[in-house]
Design a protein around this ligand. Structure first.
Ligand code: HEC
Ligand code: HEC
Ligand code: HEC
Length: 426
């Protein structure tokens, strides 16, 4: 016998074993459907606890289409790999999760596997939800199973090949999904541990506030360094001391619960719905989140320069100053009622105006802030139809020069054009 066949045989065993591992990873069994449990089978206490869990997890934000029924899905989520639609998680038997047992629901939340066994895309933040406690998962289940069932099927995803082949997600999960309960740090107090659990788990803050690698995973070692989501910059959460007025616990709690903070400005874009959810949970949860966030700071205050006076404004900024007087000063000027009675911050304290890039200031001008119920103080008109790219850029150059002690932004007009194009594509 020569060596060769034996070598081939050995190689064959390795290939077969590798295939067996791959198949085991890629194909998960279905969990048998159940008859939807009657709402009365869930006690009121658990449902109430579930409302809190569902608010902390922003489930309604992703699972509700614009103008659609709560939790009925259909909201498109733009990713670098195409569009993924959030699914219907009302208890409708045919199109929702009405036939899902608690076991199937738990597997989805912890491992990203649907009841029928198909792997779910990580646009659903199960890599964070995996740290939820059993109690929180069953409370969320009780809450969702007692909602009004809605018949609605999300449109088919539009993803690039080969990512439209779900079994491949198994390999992504090997890299980025680390299931297991969050272990409490005995050297820290209960509030800090609760905060960490909420931020890393249910609150999935890192999914927006961290940079992503080319395959859509959060960059290792860069948690909370800041990311870009839906065309908005989610600022670093570990550099809150670099703000013109460093964030305090009280300011953070107010920002997270009301969507604005007197020394920093307002939450807009994808952060606004997060704050609307956090407004509904007990304050102690938000205090815990704030305490934990303040404990992860790792950046010193940054160097500043003197504010630009009118005489030293660039030609672009001078043009911006005229537009500002016409369209913005009635709210943002020094004598505007919004500044004096509304406890509104001067633009000098705004994160958007002091950020490294003009992205969020541009988004703010293009989109404004929609009317929301009675909250008239938090309204800003949208200027996307009013001003050209050049004019928006001039306004950006002006507010940067007049209100921020940081250096001028570069390539502002090109950024306006880019942001507008991205917004139109969404
Ligand atoms: C950032 C957006 C986002 C948030 C927040 C979110 N989901 Fe989802 N979820 C999705 C998307 C997108 C899908 C569909 C994934 C797919 O089809 O692969 C999904 C799928 C699911 C599924 C599987 C349903 C099915 O029919 O396959 C369940 C269950 C689920 N989510 C529950 C929840 C719960 C509970 C919460 C809150 C604790 C939540 N989701 C929060 C985006 C989100
Ligand atoms: C869906 C994406 C998303 C999620 C989830 C999210 N954020 Fe944000 N966050 C943003 C964006 C975008 C901004 C910038 C908003 C703006 O400038 O108006 C922001 C702004 C903030 C700010 C203001 C920072 C500053 O320097 O001005 C804080 C604080 C914050 N988020 C905390 C949190 C915490 C805590 C969580 C988790 C409970 C969280 N965020 C979850 C997207 C998100
Ligand atoms: C009707 C009043 C109104 C007008 C007009 C208005 N804004 Fe605003 N703007 C607001 C409100 C309210 C906010 C939310 C911030 C806050 O609470 O102070 C805001 C926020 C902003 C922010 C982000 C600050 C932050 O919260 O971080 C920028 C930048 C901004 N506006 C620029 C402009 C510019 C430039 C114009 C003119 C083209 C303009 N605004 C016109 C009301 C207005």
């Amino acid at each position: 016998m020569t060596l060769k066949p034996r070598f081939l045989w050995g190689g064959g065993v390795v290939v077969v074993a590798a295939l067996a591992v791959a198949v085991a990873l890629m194909w998960k069994p279905a969990i048998a459907p159940i008859t939807a449990p009657p709402p009365a089978s869930f006690d009121a206490q658990t449902r109430l606890a579930g409302a809190r869990v569902v608010a902390l997890g922003d489930c309604i934000v992703c699972h509700t289409a614009k103008g659609g029924q709560p939790f009925a899905g259909g909201l498109p989520l733009a990713t670098p790999f195409g569009t993924i639609y959030a699914t219907n998680i009302t208890p409708d038997v045919e199109t929702g999760i009405g036939s899902w047992s608690l076991e199937a629901f738990t597997r989805a939340v912890r491992h990203g596997v649907a009841r029928d066994g198909h792997l779910l895309y990580p646009a659903f933040p199960y890599i964070h939800f995996t740290h939820m406690s059993d109690g929180d998962i069953s409370a969320a289940y009780a809450y969702l199973m007692t909602r009004e069932p809605v018949k609605a099927t999300a449109p088919a995803n539009e993803l690039i090949f080969p990512l439209n082949f779900r079994p491949l997600l198994a390999f992504w999960n090997v890299l980025f999904l680390h299931p297991g309960a969050d272990v409490a740090d005995a050297s820290k107090d209960a509030q800090w541990n609760r905060g960490k659990l909420l931020v890393d788990g249910l609150g999935h803050c890192a999914s927006c506030h961290s940079p992503l690698n080319p395959i859509g995973g959060e960059k290792l070692g860069h948690a909370f360094d800041g990311g870009v989501v839906d065309g908005w910059e989610a600022p670093p959460l570990n550099a809150l001391g670099t703000a013109p007025k460093p964030w305090t616990q009280a300011q953070l709690v107010t920002y997270l619960r009301t969507g604005r903070a007197s020394e920093h400005g307002a939450a807009a874009g994808p952060m606004l719905p997060v704050t609307r959810d956090l407004a509904t949970v007990p304050e102690e949860d938000v205090q815990a989140i704030a305490a934990y966030i303040l404990s992860i700071q790792k950046h010193e205050p940054v160097a500043t320069r003197a504010l630009t006076t009118d005489a030293t404004l660039s030609p672009e900024a001078q043009n911006g100053a005229l537009l500002f007087a016409a369209s913005c000063a009635q709210c943002h000027g020094p004598h505007a009622p919004m500044q004096s009675i509304g406890e509104r911050p001067s633009l000098a304290f705004s994160t958007a105006v002091n950020a490294t890039t003009p992205r969020n200031a541009i988004q703010m001008m293009l989109n404004g802030i929609d009317w929301h119920g009675e909250d008239t103080l938090n309204y800003m008109p949208a200027f996307s139809q009013v001003y050209s790219d050049q004019q928006i850029a001039d306004l950006a150059s002006y507010i940067r020069a007049a209100y921020s002690q940081r250096g001028p932004w570069q390539d502002v007009e090109a950024t306006v054009a880019k942001v507008r194009k991205e917004n139109d594509a969404r």
